[in-house]
Unconditional design. Structure first.
Length: 174
């Protein structure tokens, strides 16, 4: 199985560098960089999966992919209401914020998210485990979800840019 992981296109600038989880926000088509996805437009995929949030489905449709399957498990982590839509500077000013939260990744995740880290991981892993073998697969999703997938596939990447795509040959879940 070969998997191509694609991060959705850029959001309007006012939403960039913010914690946007389950908010259903459209992409900014003026910021869409067609050169970044030129290879995807000529590649053939047996199956295309995407998060059900509009920023992912719009990305695929803008590329020219009309046939895809949505899956809620491909959503970004669900941020707490007080976190959703805020940037880091705003979060550290919240009354609930404590500096110890930023000291460890799991502690930070627990502070910002409704989903426990193990629940988020289980959601992503269950999706990956159900993928059909011997297929060429494209997955369009969100930065945090894709980063977790990369870990399960044996790769590590700290940041995935808008419209960045990463191909994993002979994908095996670890």
């Amino acid at each position: 199985m070969a998997i191509t992981l694609l991060r959705h296109a850029a959001l309007p600038e006012k939403y960039q560098n913010r914690y946007i989880g389950w908010s259903d926000i459209s992409i900014d088509t003026k910021l869409f960089n067609h050169k970044k996805v030129a290879l995807l437009q000529i590649q053939t995929f047996d199956i295309v999966y995407t998060s059900d949030l509009i920023r992912c489905t719009q990305t695929l449709e803008t590329i020219g992919i009309q046939k895809y399957t949505t899956d809620i498990r491909l959503r970004e982590v669900r941020f707490k209401d007080e976190i959703e839509g805020k940037n880091l500077d705003e979060i550290v000013k919240l009354p609930s914020y404590k500096s110890k939260y930023s000291e460890k990744k799991k502690r930070w995740h627990k502070y910002i998210s409704y989903e426990h880290p193990t629940e988020f991981e289980a959601r992503i892993k269950s999706f990956l485990e159900e993928l059909p073998q011997d297929k060429e697969i494209l997955i369009c999703s969100h930065a945090g979800t894709l980063q977790k997938m990369m870990v399960f596939l044996g790769y590590a990447k700290n940041k995935i840019e808008y419209l960045e795509h990463i191909r994993v040959e002979n994908a095996r879940i670890k």
